[in-house]
Design a protein around this ligand. Sequence first.
Ligand SMILES: Cc1cc2nc3c(=O)[nH]c(=O)nc-3n(C[C@H](O)[C@H](O)[C@H](O)COP(=O)(O)O)c2cc1C
Length: 224
Amino acid sequence: MQIESNRCGSILHWSWTMTLSAVEVTNLKQAPAVEGVLPVFHKRWSARAFDDRDVNAPDLRKVFEAARWAASANNEQPWRFLVGTRNSTIHEKLFECLVGFNKTWAGSAPVLILGVASNRFTHNGAANSYAMYDLGAASSYLTLQASALGLTTHQMAGYDHEAARRDLEIPEDYVLGSIIAMGFQGEPQTLGNEQLIERELAPRARKPLRELVFSAWGKTAMLG
Ligand SMILES: Cc1cc2nc3c(=O)[nH]c(=O)nc-3n(C[C@H](O)[C@H](O)[C@H](O)COP(=O)(O)O)c2cc1C
């Protein structure tokens, strides 16, 4: 197959008739390897196409095991995850909360997970302003572990938070994070919609390190 590439190896021109396998898409979406950086950081990306395989229970356990070992303020571990596998009531309820765009693709994910975090410290009831921060760290561990297991994850903020709190009975003192779709990456054509397929094949982009790391405010750090 002829694929037109840009310098990052990503597709520039995609035609509706072009078919790509899940493996070919994964290869296209990889961030360039950097020696000494753990490969999983470059491997993980957020797919929207899922194939029909279910995630087995031991692998599901492993992604939460990884999340469990994230650092947190005062070791509070404020995160809680509500997990729904395909055909379960929780999966159905989480799916129903999604905004329209996310509904067009996320329903085929065999696992949907809602991450939430307690906004109070257990030991003294004081406000924990780092709850969401810690949930983000745990969620990152989860997504990276999933990637290491050959799974793909896609986090979503696009859902009706009020409905999720109500329908999933999340207590008021928990902040709501993302809904995470997880499963095995599928072929982009299964998305069945030109716009979604284009997004699936779009190049991945990141700001350069020089814009992100300073030695003084606004001054690029020399990182070698
Ligand atoms: C907190 C959060 C919320 C997101 N919400 C959505 C969403 O509602 N719908 C969606 O399609 N993607 C969503 N994304 C996915 C991002 O668009 C994606 O992570 C970003 O473009 C970087 O791509 P990559 O994960 O493939 O590196 C979300 C990601 C995060 C971390």
